[in-house]
Design a protein around this ligand. Structure first.
Ligand code: SIN
Length: 283
């Protein structure tokens, strides 16, 4: 196995490994250690079938049911997909799902701990996925701001009244199951205890106990800080790349910057997570 660091603070590419077959217990432990440390793992050259993808993702946890049933594989409903063919267009531009930095399903009481994609077909240029390290973004804040925000929580809803994007339309049945949850602004990673900003401007409905304008101004300030290019890893897809990311350590965003006539298709799974804990610094 060859490990190549992708940025100074996060992300690693792992090659010389075959995820189409089961891995040993030792390798599974090593991969999980690497995942907790690097938060984004890129495995090139893994053109997996859906059952192989399920098996590979299970190295890192237990698969989670897909919320949007219409974008799932009929034979393997636990596997979703991101396909250009399903996307609406406005003035010729594709309305790509996930086109602003976010962390998945943050309105769930137990949001998915990780999300993974396998690239089946990609456009000749564009359609990258970007990630930002929300742990490093927290570390870089000044001490006073850190002390203020570690005590705060935000209500995450299906679509915030100030959401910069529209979410996929859900059926009444799906909508009835959609929760809303108070989440800490700063979470503690369950494995390595590192603090990370927990932000999702599409879903955050203000901040508990704060006047609305002040709350959104703080959310915007933190979001602007966390999404600076210095915290970014930009993944340029090749067919057969498997990428897995930790939703408790990074935000990600998709890009609609490719020719809408070209086909982009990726399998997508999520892994079950637990309730998120507020970061509590050691005294
Ligand atoms: C997503 O799953 O949030 C979108 C990622 C992508 O298609 O680039």
């Amino acid at each position: 196995m060859k490990i190549t660091q992708l940025t100074p603070t996060f992300g690693a590419q792992i090659s010389n490994i075959d995820l189409s077959v089961p891995v040993t217990k030792e390798l599974k432990e090593e991969l999980n250690k690497l995942f907790a440390e690097h938060a984004v793992l890129v495995f090139p050259g893994q053109p997996l079938s859906p059952p192989q993808f399920i098996q590979a993702a299970e190295i890192f946890g237990v698969l989670m049911e897909q919320q949007i049933k219409k974008f799932t594989l009929p034979e393997y409903p636990i596997v979703g997909y991101n396909s250009t063919k399903d996307l609406p267009r406005v003035n010729g531009k594709l309305q790509v799902r996930g086109e602003n930095y976010h962390t998945d399903h943050s309105n769930d009481l137990e949001p998915p701990m990780a999300t993974s994609l396998v690239a089946v077909q990609i456009p000749s240029s564009g359609g990258d996925t970007q990630f930002v390290d929300t742990r490093k973004a927290f570390d870089d804040l000044d001490a006073d701001l850190k002390e203020t925000i570690i005590k705060l929580k935000s209500l995450h809803v299906h679509q915030s009244s100030r959401s910069p994007r529209s979410f996929a339309k859900l059926s009444n049945e799906e909508m009835a199951k959609i929760p809303q949850t108070l989440q800490p602004l700063v979470i503690e990673h369950p494995v390595n205890k590192r603090p990370a900003l927990y932000l999702n401007t599409g879903r955050m409905e203000g901040i508990e106990g704060m006047e609305i304008e002040a709350a959104y101004s703080l959310i915007d300030k933190l979001y602007k800080h966390a999404t600076q290019p210095k915290y970014e890893y930009r993944h340029k897809w090749q067919v057969g790349d498997l990428v897995i990311w930790d939703n408790r350590a990074v935000m990600h965003q998709a890009n609609a910057d490719y020719d809408p006539e070209e086909y982009r298709y990726l399998y997508r799974v999520m892994l079950k997570g637990n309730r998120l804990n507020s970061y509590r610094p050691a005294l």
